[in-house]
Design a binder for this molecule. Structure first.
Ligand code: AP5
Length: 225
């Protein structure tokens, strides 16, 4: 299974990517975490990118596309799929990522869109700030990250939608519920993804499923088990 995440900061890309990676036994390529690790270890790359991370700005493409290329090549060598967390963030990155993946015969099967509103994700990120010390988890930089997501990243949703590989889920619900829905969708798709011709792929919006299930369980009692 080859998956990438598209979502605003705090929607759960890292949380749900880790779940998907464990479930399918595939590597989790988290660009932001890799960059932060370099900052923490004081590497040359860390020095280069620190300011971008602190400000909530995008790190230059040549750096992140290099990390992506390495990650995809390693997954290819290991004969696995992958889950990409944090890349692509612009249409240019999405197109460059497609070219790299195509060269490796590793193009993505599913672009997973986690839908969550600004108020909810801001609350989550400020809660995390009280437990952890990410330099970009403060009110000013969170606003900048959300603004950047809206301006630079959301245009890629239409691109994946047209390719018929966009799967949208409601990420406003508790972690476990969101995770169950994602794994159910990916499990259903996994046997098919490499066999459906490109022109027959269809995007799917599951984001109302939670509301329907809640309504159903309200009317019919909780699910068994
Ligand atoms: P990155 O690390 O990717 O940060 P981000 O996009 O801002 O996302 P977060 O990690 O804050 O949130 P998330 O969606 O992963 O949610 P999470 O699961 O952590 O990137 C950091 C920086 O690196 C960027 O700003 C940029 O500078 C640079 N960068 C990265 N990629 C780049 C690229 N491609 N190009 C250029 N620059 C790049 O959850 C957040 C919190 O919410 C956690 O506390 C979690 O426990 C909680 N939570 C998660 N889900 C739920 C839920 N359903 N209910 C309640 N709480 C939840």
């Amino acid at each position: 299974m080859r998956v990438l995440m598209v979502a605003p900061p705090g929607a759960g890309k890292g949380t749900q990517s880790a779940l998907i990676a464990r479930h399918f036994g595939i590597p989790h390529l988290a660009i932001g975490a890799k960059l932060r690790d370099n900052v923490a270890r004081g590497t040359e790359l860390g020095h280069l990118v620190r300011g971008y991370l602190d400000r909530g700005d995008l790190v230059p493409d040549e750096i992140v596309m290099g990390i992506l290329r390495e990650g995809l090549a390693a997954a290819k060598a290991a004969g696995t799929g992958y889950v990409l967390d944090g890349i692509p963030r612009t249409l240019e990155q999405a197109k460059a990522a497609y070219r790299i993946a195509e060269e490796l015969d590793m193009t993505v099967n599913v672009a997973l869109h986690l839908k969550a509103d600004d108020e909810e994700v801001t609350k989550r990120l400020l809660e995390r700030a009280s437990r952890e010390h990410r330099s970009d988890d403060n009110a000013v930089v969170i606003r900048q990250r959300l603004d950047l997501y809206r301006r630079a990243t959301t245009p890629i949703l239409a691109w994946y939608g047209q390719r018929g590989i966009l799967v949208s889920v409601d990420a406003m619900r508790p972690v476990e519920q969101v995770g169950r829905e994602i794994l159910a969708a990916l499990d259903a798709m996994a046997p098919l993804v490499d066999h459906v011709p490109e022109d027959m792929r269809r995007s799917v919006d599951l984001s109302d499923l939670g509301v329907w299930l809640d309504r159903y369980h309200h009317d019919n009692g909780p699910p068994a088990g």
